[in-house]
Design a protein around this ligand. Sequence first.
Ligand SMILES: *[C@@H]1O[C@H](CO)[C@@H](O)[C@H](O)[C@H]1NC(C)=O
Ligand SMILES: *[C@@H]1O[C@H](CO)[C@@H](O)[C@H](O)[C@H]1NC(C)=O
Ligand SMILES: *[C@@H]1O[C@H](CO)[C@@H](O)[C@H](O)[C@H]1NC(C)=O
Ligand SMILES: *[C@@H]1O[C@H](CO)[C@@H](O)[C@H](O)[C@H]1NC(C)=O
Length: 165
Amino acid sequence: MKVWYYSLLLFVTTLMGCFLVNDAQIDPTFGFVEVMLNETSFEYQKPYDTSLEQRYSYANGTHRFWVYADDKPRNLGSNTQPRTEIRIHPDYTSGIWQFEGMAFVPNGTSGATIVQIHGAAHGNTTILLRIYDGDMRYYSTPVIDTGLYDKWFKVNLIHDVDGGK
Ligand SMILES: *[C@@H]1O[C@H](CO)[C@@H](O)[C@H](O)[C@H]1NC(C)=O
Ligand SMILES: *[C@@H]1O[C@H](CO)[C@@H](O)[C@H](O)[C@H]1NC(C)=O
Ligand SMILES: *[C@@H]1O[C@H](CO)[C@@H](O)[C@H](O)[C@H]1NC(C)=O
Ligand SMILES: *[C@@H]1O[C@H](CO)[C@@H](O)[C@H](O)[C@H]1NC(C)=O
């Protein structure tokens, strides 16, 4: 991630689905089948020289992450920016998938990535949603939503792998 950020607070629900049918306009999860996530679904990533407990906690169903601009990268010798994050399994290579989650980003945080999908046909990343100054951006631009600091908000991200959308 080409970002730096001070802290990030993120709650991840246990809903991810594969597509069956979708003709509803209201509930974006309509027609999807829920995939139950548990600890084996989560791979934790954090600065290489800290313990996980120094950058992450889990309580009351909330996963809390924080990282500092001068933190080390994930791996010694890597030139990537610091992050504390959860990579969610399983991987998928076809079909239509949805991520749903609730997130909370405190004012004072900048460049926090809310959700990212890796593995585009070209390059590393299919999508990246970040918060800068309370605004959610698709990469650095365009702005998708505004005024998101200090409140819980919901993210539904639908990835049509075969359609490339
Ligand atoms: C965790 O989820 C995986 C994938 O759905 C499943 O195979 C495994 O049995 C689950 N483990 C537990 C302890 O529920
Ligand atoms: C978890 O919830 C309980 C009951 O509402 C509360 O007493 C406790 O402070 C919460 N813990 C954290 C870390 O938020
Ligand atoms: C964030 O907090 C600062 C300092 O209290 C305030 O001036 C600013 O308006 C806040 N920004 C947002 C987007 O809420
Ligand atoms: C990922 O991105 C980096 C930096 O742009 C590039 O050097 C690397 O080759 C990419 N890796 C893949 C698998 O696309």
